[in-house]
Design a protein around this ligand. Structure first.
Ligand code: ADP
Length: 256
């Protein structure tokens, strides 16, 4: 009887401790997300002043880049607001807004977004696409995160002078994307842990000190939530190719 009493008391304590930890975590997320949103909103108003020519004239090229920055900033504000929402509701599931959209257009936008970063790193980012592709059924904001993670990694884990190639095609009736690099690769021992949360391989730590090991974990969840698959092929010191598939809008409509 005493044993049961103590077990129940221990469970109750554990439960309270977990609730406390969750509350602390939710508070940290909330404080940081608010700070992020405040900074992003401040940036938005500065950009707006430039765009409205309050601070003097702009060349066409400057105005074009500014428009891109403004647009990306707006997306980030939206993502942070969503994060705050989810945190407030205590839900962990992300909501997806699936619509027919062009993968090719999204990749073209990524080439523009990564222009500065690839130039600085001395990497050539290439898009390859054979035929006209059907639209994907996707949440473009989430798939944008997938591309950002894969391209950022491909650049981060490659050396100057190398290529990063994004190929678009169709495989078994689904849209098929490959992000291929000529970088450090992933050793056979590390390969099965690569999508695990917080995992970073030793060669990655040596090449790039900064990293969280959360990017691929999130990427896999996003692709799976779309009904797609993700996998990779890699050889140490030769390079890595990440592949993912997404349903086409046509196939999804046919099922409904
Ligand atoms: P990180 O912030 O460390 O890049 P990710 O979750 O994006 O975290 O990736 C997890 C790990 O997978 C990396 O630390 C690295 O070991 C490996 N990895 C991911 N992409 C590549 C790549 N293109 N080339 C080599 N290793 C990679």
């Amino acid at each position: 009887m005493f044993k049961t009493f103590f077990r129940k008391a221990a469970l109750k304590n554990e439960n309270m401790e977990l609730k406390h930890q969750n509350a602390v975590r939710a508070d940290i997320i909330s404080i940081n997300a608010h700070q992020l949103r405040t900074s992003l909103t401040a940036m938005k108003w500065v950009m707006k002043m430039f765009m409205d020519r309050d601070l003097g004239p702009l060349t066409d090229e400057q105005a074009k880049y500014l428009d891109t920055c403004y647009d990306r900033n707006e997306r980030m504000i939206k993502l942070v607001s969503e994060m705050l929402d989810v945190n407030r509701k205590g839900e962990l599931a992300m909501e997806y807004d699936l619509k027919p959209a062009s993968l090719e257009t999204l990749v073209d936008e990524m080439l523009v977004d990564f222009k500065g970063e690839t130039e600085k790193a001395g990497i050539t980012l290439i898009k390859e696409s054979g035929t006209t592709l059907p639209h994907a059924m996707m949440d473009s904001d989430r798939i944008r995160i997938v591309f950002q993670n894969l391209i950022e990694n491909a650049i981060k884990y490659s050396s100057t002078g190398k290529n990063v190639t994004i190929s678009l095609g169709v495989l078994d009736g689904k849209l098929h994307v490959t992000v291929r690099d000529q970088g450090i690769g992933i050793s056979p021992e590390d390969q099965e842990r690569i999508f695990g949360r917080y995992f970073r391989a030793d060669n990655a730590r040596q090449t790039a000190a900064t990293g969280s090991g959360i990017g691929l974990f999130t990427t896999k969840r996003i692709i799976q939530a779309h009904g797609g698959e993700i996998w990779f092929q890699s050889k140490p010191n030769e390079g890595t190719a990440f592949h993912f598939t997404l349903p086409t809008a046509k196939a999804t409509e046919a099922v409904q």
